[in-house]
Ligand binder design. Structure first.
Ligand SMILES: NC(=O)C1=CN([C@@H]2O[C@H](COP(=O)(O)OP(=O)(O)OC[C@H]3O[C@@H](n4cnc5c(N)ncnc54)[C@H](OP(=O)(O)O)[C@@H]3O)[C@@H](O)[C@H]2O)C=CC1
Ligand SMILES: Nc1nc(=O)c2c([nH]1)NC[C@@H]1CN(c3ccc(C(=O)N[C@@H](CCC(=O)O)C(=O)O)cc3)C=[N+]21
Length: 309
């Protein structure tokens, strides 16, 4: 398989499609007096977060969404962070807030996520929001999970009844992927570090999602011939010459000889994740506008119609 092989599931074109439609919606909202703005909260230093935030800034610029990064030192207290988040909740100029994970272990991430107002929660990670995908409300799902499922759909495979195995069960990636796929009718198995034989499960999968954070965890002998392999891992690897590069969780070199579809890293799920974050920002904006309309209906209605009613 060469890099131009159609079996490579490339994220760039899908991301571009999403960003193009976000750009139109963002320009419209801006013209109507609702400029979209995304705020990213980073605590401490994490390589994968730096990559993500860099791309958020670049793509938000392309899509016409204002972007602000708030960086906090690793020893910041949970109280200080919550106070900053409450300030953003109350600030009408802020449309969406994303808390970059992981946060240092002394910060309770669930409490932090709960501090973000659900209307500004662009990843759907508020404990009250994450339940929406259990109820098949899928329009605002955690971005990586949504991106991974979007990429699987590019294969044209029918998700109904598809045997899917998800490796990794984090709140932000593995679990939401499993719920999204269940909503689409797939038969889902979720594996984690206590799974007895990962290979036995993985080899049964028509579609294999891997979100663990371990370079080359998945080898060719763990993949069913003809499967679709969605590699979500973003791992920084230092080469012998001292330079570093990003690799996924799948041993792409060997697995590409067995799989029918495989996502490259970089260039696979990552770019779509960023695009979906921007799309979610617009979903959040529209929800805020709906509330605004409901609260101040007279001001937001065309005057003629009100007069005629
Ligand atoms: N492309 C993108 O857009 C994104 C990429 N990522 C990347 O995806 C990867 C996973 O991220 P995230 O979910 O946040 O990571 P976490 O560390 O939160 O979760 C990793 C998961 O992998 C499981 N696991 C660990 N070791 C094994 C093993 N040997 N076999 C099976 N399962 C195992 C863990 O299980 P247990 O809890 O039981 O130990 C856990 O559920 C990382 O590389 C991250 O950088 C993350 C977000 C977005
Ligand atoms: N709350 C939260 N949600 C996340 O979704 C989340 C997070 N925290 N913390 C960090 C991880 C990591 N992550 C990435 C997303 C996109 C790229 C990305 O754009 N990658 C491109 C570019 C790579 C490059 O520029 O080198 C690619 O894979 O092609 C990378 C990493 C999201 N994460």
């Amino acid at each position: 398989m060469s890099t131009s092989d159609s079996r490579y599931l490339r994220g760039g074109p899908v991301a571009q499609r999403i960003i193009d439609s976000v750009r139109v919606a963002a320009a419209e909202a801006r013209n109507e007096g609702f400029p979209p703005k995304l705020v990213s909260i980073t605590v401490g230093d994490v390589d994968a977060v730096d990559v993500y935030v860099r791309n958020q800034r670049a793509k938000a610029g392309l899509a016409g969404i204002d972007f602000e990064e708030r960086r906090f030192p690793a020893d910041v207290t949970a109280r200080e962070l919550e106070a900053a988040i409450h300030g953003m909740n109350a600030d009408p100029r802020v449309t969406g807030i994303i808390i970059q994970r992981p946060v240092p272990s002394h910060i309770p991430v669930k409490a932090l996520q709960s501090a973000v107002h659900p209307l500004k929660d662009v990843e759907g990670m508020h404990p009250a929001s994450i339940g929406n995908i259990v109820y098949n409300q899928l329009d605002l799902a955690p971005c990586t999970a949504a991106a991974s499922v979007e990429l699987l759909k590019e294969t044209g495979l029918d998700l109904k009844g598809l045997e899917v195995v998800v490796v990794g069960h984090s709140e932000i990636v593995g679990k939401p992927i499993a719920f999204l796929l269940m909503s689409e009718g797939a038969t889902v198995t979720v594996c984690h570090h206590m799974t007895r034989s990962l290979a036995v499960h993985a080899r049964r999968a028509d579609a294999l999602f891997v979100a663990v954070g371990k370079p080359r965890l998945i080898k060719a002998d763990m993949v069913k011939p003809g499967a679709a392999v969605i590699d979500i891992g973003i791992n920084a690897e230092t080469l012998p010459d001292g330079t570093s590069r990003i690799v996924g969780d799948v041993d792409t070199e060997s697995v590409k000889e067995v799989a029918s579809w495989i996502t490259p890293v970089p260039g696979g799920v990552g770019p779509i994740t960023v695009a979906i974050l921007l799309r979610n920002t617009m979903v959040a904006l529209n929800r805020q506008r709906e509330l605004y309309r409901a609260s101040y209906a007279v001001g937001d209605q065309p005057q003629g119609r009100i007069a005629a009613e």
